[in-house]
Design a protein around this ligand. Structure first.
Ligand code: SF4
Length: 337
C-alpha cells in the first residue's frame, strides 16, 4: 500500500519531494496544495512538473477518499459516511447561521463501551490515521466553507491521541489550514493521561462528557469511570495552569429518571464549583435495546434553570438532524451491518 501524504508536516513533505526526485522546496508546494487549496489529486498541482507529479503518484497517495454515502436532514445537517479500512465512519456537517461546523470521527468504532452509544456497541475496529481524519475535512462538499470543527464523532479522540494531535496541528498550523485553535473543540469522556497531554500540546477548546455527577451511577453506563473517575479529571482541571485561553465545557446527556432531577443538578454544581466552565444539556436520541428515554423538555429546562441559579452557566443544545439517524454511530452502524 502506498504511503498517504495527508497529515504530513512541511518538513516530512520535503523528504517526500526528494524521494520523488523533486527539489526540497516542492515539500512546501505540496503542503500548500493539500492544506491551503485542498487539492484532491496530484494532477491539480500545476506548479510541480508533470514528470514530478507522475513520480509522486507512482510512490504516494494523497489520502483523499470520497464519501461512501450521504444523508441530508430537512434542517440542513448532512451526515457523510467515509471509508475506514473495512468499516465506515461518520462526519456530520452542521450549518448554523454563518457557521458550518464539522463533527469528525477519530476511530472506527470505540473501545470505551458507553452503554448509551451506538458506536460503543459496534466494538473497536481501529484508529483513524491523520489522513483519514483530515480527509473528512477535505472530502465533504462544504470543505471550503467550514468554520469550526468538533472531535465529537465516532471514537474517543484521546484514545488515538497521536493521530488526533497531528490532525489538530494540520488544522491550526500556519502552513496547514491556518485555523485559529478557537475554532476547534475536542470532546472526551476523560481519558486522564492523554487529557493532560492534549492540554499541554494544543490550545483548542475542551468538552468533557460527564453525564452523571455520582460515581456509582456514572459507572453504570460509562465503564471509563472505573479507570479514570470523573472526580480525578476535575481535580486535574482545577490544578491545571490555564495559561492558554480556552473554553471548557461539560456535556450532559439527559436520560429520564436517571440523571435529570434536582439532586443531580445540585451535585453537578458542587462538583464543578471553582471551574470556569459551562454545561451543555443534550437531548438523548433513542437507540434500540436501551432502557432509558430522553428526559422531558420540562425536566431539561428545570435542570438548566437550577444550574444557572447555582452559578453554573448552562444551556440546552439544539438538536440537529433528528430525521437522519441522529445518534452518533447510527448511520455508520446501519451501513456496517
Ligand atoms: Fe466511545 Fe464516545 Fe461512544 Fe463512549 S460515547 S463509546 S467514548 S464514542
Amino acid at each position: 500500500m502506498k504511503e498517504k501524504l495527508l497529515g504530513k508536516t512541511p518538513e516530512e513533505l520535503k523528504a517526500v519531494a526528494q524521494a520523488a526526485g523533486l527539489p526540497s522546496f516542492a515539500g512546501k508546494q505540496l503542503a500548500q496544495w493539500m492544506y491551503e487549496k485542498r487539492a484532491k489529486s496530484f494532477d491539480e498541482m500545476t506548479n510541480i512538473s508533470k514528470a514530478g507529479r507522475e513520480k509522486l503518484a507512482e510512490l504516494f497517495e494523497l489520502g483523499v477518499e470520497a464519501p461512501l454515502g450521504l444523508a441530508e436532514s430537512s434542517d440542513g445537517t448532512k451526515k457523510y459516511l467515509f471509508p475506514a479500512s473495512e468499516f465506515a465512519v461518520e462526519a456530520v456537517m452542521i450549518p448554523d447561521e454563518e457557521r458550518k461546523t464539522l463533527c469528525v470521527s477519530s476511530q472506527a468504532g470505540c473501545k470505551m463501551g458507553c452503554k448509551f452509544c451506538m458506536t460503543g456497541r459496534q466494538g473497536f475496529h481501529g484508529n483513524l490515521t491523520p489522513a483519514q481524519i483530515l480527509n473528512q475535512f477535505i472530502s465533504v462538499d462544504e470543505s471550503a466553507e467550514l468554520t469550526n470543527a468538533v472531535f465529537m464523532g465516532m471514537g474517543e479522540p484521546l484514545d488515538n491521541t497521536d493521530n488526533v494531535l497531528r490532525a489538530i496541528e494540520v488544522l491550526t498550523a500556519p502552513w496547514g489550514f491556518a485555523w485559529s485553535p478557537k475554532r476547534v473543540t475536542l470532546s472526551t469522556i476523560g481519558v486522564l493521561p492523554s487529557l493532560r497531554r492534549y492540554l499541554d500540546e494544543s490550545r483548542c477548546h475542551l468538552a468533557i462528557s460527564i453525564h452523571n455527577p455520582f460515581p456509582d451511577e456514572r459507572l453504570e453506563l460509562m465503564p471509563v469511570q472505573k479507570a479514570w473517575p470523573v472526580a480525578e479529571v476535575i481535580r486535574m482541571l482545577k490544578e491545571y495552569d490555564w495559561t492558554a485561553q480556552r473554553r471548557v465545557s461539560f456535556e450532559y446527556t439527559m436520560f429520564a429518571g436517571w440523571n435529570d432531577d434536582r439532586r443531580h443538578a445540585d451535585a453537578l454544581a458542587r462538583l464543578l464549583r471553582d471551574i470556569e466552565c459551562r454545561v451543555n444539556l443534550i437531548r438523548f436520541h433513542k437507540i434500540p435495546d436501551f432502557p432509558y428515554e430522553c428526559a422531558s423538555p420540562r425536566a431539561m429546562e428545570a435542570f438548566r434553570d437550577r444550574l444557572n441559579s447555582l452559578g453554573v452557566t448552562c444551556t440546552i443544545r439544539a438538536s440537529r438532524g433528528e430525521d437522519i439517524l441522529a445518534a452518533c454511530g447510527m448511520l455508520a452502524g446501519k451501513h456496517n451491518n
